[in-house]
Ligand binder design. Structure first.
Ligand code: MSP
Length: 524
């Protein structure tokens, strides 16, 4: 069912130095939802995620646990990072680990190509480095420490002391790309989104770019510089290349041509790497720049960026064990404007679960199916010939909500898409209250009208199941089976998303199946 339109989307590759928290999960479910939407729309979709396994952070975490870095990453990736995908219902097409040969060899090939093209030179370096960020920090991100770090310079993000590094390094001539980058942001205004992120990147590049240190010689947990094995490649250069090596850069030209360029979704903390350094590296290699970079905000706990290192990290399973993976996905994707920061609280999560999922959507589905069972022996009735304004209004809301949701997804506004779809939930709940099918059922003369009302509700649910399947794959699958649609219309994930707003798809005469609550009561 592919329409030939390529859609390649990536998450950042995560540092498996520690356990995943809900911030990592947030990026992954957002990207998965976008990928599912495009896949189900017939776009030639590829979703990549993975782990960033080299660098000093990893080396130290392994040493602190008394194992080799390879043992450490193998353990964390298999015990925690692979299972996270299942916990959150993520349907990625590939998972890259930067310690895989398919990656390491191609990184060397890429860096060698930049060297051969004259974009790399050797130099001396002295600067303040943050191991948490794996980055030499610019002036603006260095602040004075407080408490135990009083008198020291600390990283503005991690609040931990910076380390003064002095080394002979290889440098990438990033400064040469300032004009071409500014030209890119100008000619492709959507290259960096949202606007706030774009403005930040443009002013950063306008303020002048320094060449980038791209090798380290003080430790050896990394990929060797091909022409000088006393150095390993800087972990960020290694990491960014995953997006290319995973789709056949240097090994499979057909696959690379089919997939590349990608859309990258990243947290705003790592925007510059993706919107400045990465496109410059690609320009230097003579490859296409990404199609776009979307920066989302941070999950805040107690007003601060949630993080393991600050001990504010919450494990995704703490939420999914209680509320399920669909609720996790729905909550973070609907409650936070994609692109802005959002505060997490258990109270807000429970309140939305109860109001929007259990009472709003879940109850609508249970009531409708139960009434079809009760009044029509479990067979979807036909709509009568006479339609009221209320029936036509439902049809119109379904049409416009589906179109608006698709437009929002095109702009990476997942929250906007869910808000558009939720107009259908609200409309149908109001429609049922207004039309009182339980009262119509008492009057034989109004049986046709009763049929119309229940068909309208069931057909609205059919559209909801399709439109919400990228966000809540588990609950919508249950609903799809309850509607009996699996037998007559085929698999849910095969329903074309861009046609979800068409009316009259569910066939009258379809037998429905009993539905247990989509979002069961949660004990507080
Ligand atoms: N390994 C690098 C990325 C390399 S990509 C070529 C890295 N890893 S990370 O594990 O520290 O973070 C990865 C991503 O996790 C962040 O960009 C962001 O998308 C997500 N988040 C981590 N903490 C977060 C919050 N508190 N809130 C929202 N997202 C967060 O950086």
């Amino acid at each position: 069912m592919s329409n030939g339109r390529s859609f390649y989307i990536t998450t950042p590759i995560y540092y498996p130095s520690d356990l995943p928290h809900i911030g990592h999960g947030y990026t992954s479910v957002a990207v998965d939802t976008l990928a599912r939407w495009h896949r189900q729309s017939g776009d030639d979709t590829w979703m990549l995620t993975g782990t960033d396994e080299h660098g000093q952070k990893m080396l130290r975490a392994a040493a602190a646990n008394g194992v080799t870095p390879q043992e450490w990453v193998d353990r964390l990736v298999t015990q925690s990072w692979f299972p996270l995908l299942e916990t959150l219902g993520v349907a990625n097409d590939d998972f890259i680990r930067t310690t895989q040969a398919r990656h390491e060899e191609r990184v060397q090939q890429f860096v060698q190509a930049l060297y051969d093209r004259g974009y790399i030179y050797a130099g001396e370096y002295e600067a303040l480095y943050c191991v948490g960020c794996e980055e030499f920090k610019p002036e603006a991100e260095i602040v004075d420490g407080t408490g135990p770090f009083e008198g020291l310079k600390v990283c503005a993000i991690h609040s931990k002391p910076l380390e003064l590094l002095q080394e002979k390094n290889y440098f990438f001539k990033l400064s040469e790309f300032q004009d071409r980058l500014l030209e890119l942001y100008k000619t492709e205004p959507d290259f960096v989104r949202p606007d706030s992120a774009r403005n930040e990147v443009v002013s950063f590049v306008k303020s002048g770019l320094k060449d980038l240190s791209i090798s380290r010689s003080a430790f050896d947990w990394g990929i060797r510089v091909p022409w000088d094995d006393a150095h390993v490649i800087y972990v960020w250069v290694d990491a960014l290349l995953n997006y290319a090596t995973a789709v056949g850069y240097g090994t499979d030209p057909d696959q690379f041509a089919r997939r590349w360029p990608a859309y990258h979704v990243v947290g705003k903390d790592i925007l510059r790497f993706h919107a400045v350094i990465w496109p410059a590296m690609l320009m230097a290699a003579g490859l296409d720049v990404p199609r776009g970079v979307f920066a989302h905000g941070w999950l805040l706990v107690g007003g601060e960026k949630m993080s393991k290192s600050k001990l504010t990290g919450i494990a995704p399973t703490e939420i999914t064990d209680v509320f399920g993976s669909d609720a996790y996905r729905f909550y973070f994707l609907s409650a936070i404007a994609f692109g802005q920061d959002g505060s997490f609280s258990w109270e807000d999560l429970s309140a939305r679960y109860q109001a929007e999922l259990a009472n709003g959507f879940g109850n609508l589905a249970s009531r409708t199916i139960a009434m079809i069972e009760r009044y029509f022996e479990g067979i979807v009735p036909p709509a009568g010939h006479e339609l009221t304004d209320a029936d036509r209004a439902v049809k119109e809301v379904v049409r416009s909500a589906a179109a608006d949701a698709d437009a929002e997804i095109e702009r990476f506004r997942i929250d906007g898409a869910i808000a558009a779809i939720w107009r259908i939930v609200d409309e149908l709940n109001g429609y049922i209250t207004l039309n009182e099918p339980w009262a119509l059922a008492k009057d034989d003369a109004r049986r046709e009208r009763l049929g119309t009302v229940l068909y309208t509700a069931a057909e609205g649910l059919r559209a909801l199941a399709v439109l919400l399947s990228p966000v809540m794959p588990v609950a919508t699958e249950k609903l799809w089976i309850a509607l009996g649609a699996a037998e007559t219309l085929g698999r849910l994930q095969d329903q074309p998303l861009r046609e979800a707003g068409e009316w009259g798809v569910l066939k009258p005469g379809t037998p429905v199946n009993g539905l247990s609550p989509l979002f069961p009561r949660v004990e507080q």
